[in-house]
Design a binder for this molecule. Sequence first.
Ligand code: UDP
Length: 363
Amino acid sequence: MLKITIVAGARPNFIKIAPIVNAISRQKSEGKALNYRLVHTGQHYDYQLSGSFFEELNIPKPDANLGIGSGSQAEQTAKIMMAFERELLENPCDLVLVVGDVTSTLACSITAKKLQIPVAHVEAGIRSFDFAMPEEINRMVTDSISDYFFTTTQEASNYLVSIGKNPENIHFVGNVMIDTLKNFENEFKKPTFFDENFLSPKKYFVLTLHRPSNVDAEHQLNELVRFICEKAQSIPVVFPIHPRTKKKFATAELPKNLILTKPLGYLEFNYLVKNALGILTDSGGITEEATVMRIPCITLRENTERPETISIGTNELAGKNLTLIEVLMQKIIKNDWKKGEIPAKWDGKSAERIVEILEEIKP
Ligand code: UDP
């Protein structure tokens, strides 16, 4: 019996593990000798960033919740490592599976490896080479000690080969975040504020911001949001505001076309994206979802670890360049945007591939 401990800690992790947990359950019900234990680190803990995803995406209740809560990057890393070490000693497994690039990904991969448990990294090999982003450090450290690599693109696989990883352990399987999108696209639901604010399809922008480089400097954040609203002309801008961003955002004298909401559940958020005229975001995952739904997307970052969303998909980088943001918004408003294609193997079957491979190699 192959025993896999799956780690999830923050919002994008929950969306990525949902199809993996399902695929294991399905293969188990078909008689395959494998089982999983789901460990939630508690890095994100409030309902809007955690519980709602378990409910909507039918993710079973975690077998363990390490309950580590908030803190600095170092505090969270240390607390997760201490709690996850106890968890692994009490519940031995054959493999630890981590996803993405959050603090929990880094902390749990190091902990497992030091206990000599093999580590599989899902979404391995992507790089922005921007060390101002904590996620980039998490990606590099996790890949440096992982044993098995599951990638979203052939380029990510090639990169891992170029840094000396054994090609036998690298598997280009596609994108598990897109598995969830495909699994739930028929269940997307209209948020209640949609009609209340007289929104209609293709007649609003969606804005999300949560990266420290965009939201930690109060003045810059407030200026950016107000600039975007002004350049949207009278088109509404829906802004589901992340808790980190909310702390810095001034709510006095809001632009008339700004619709501020709490962070949305997955089904409501992707309903909004699917029907939007365009997206402005600093999230990585949203650029992938916009690509698959073929919605124009402007990334408010200087770089991306997901270049395929630009070269193949509907994404463009604007960074903090206000002139460029305005030019790109104009292109969206004038319906003058590239159509975009869907990257290879972003087909909804990535988790099945991962589980089949793990079953075969029996780490
Ligand atoms: N998301 C959501 N509600 C929101 C904003 C985002 O459900 O209000 C989802 C979005 O569809 C995507 C994921 O959260 O699947 C992206 O997470 P986040 O932006 O926190 O992380 P990143 O992708 O930047 O690592």
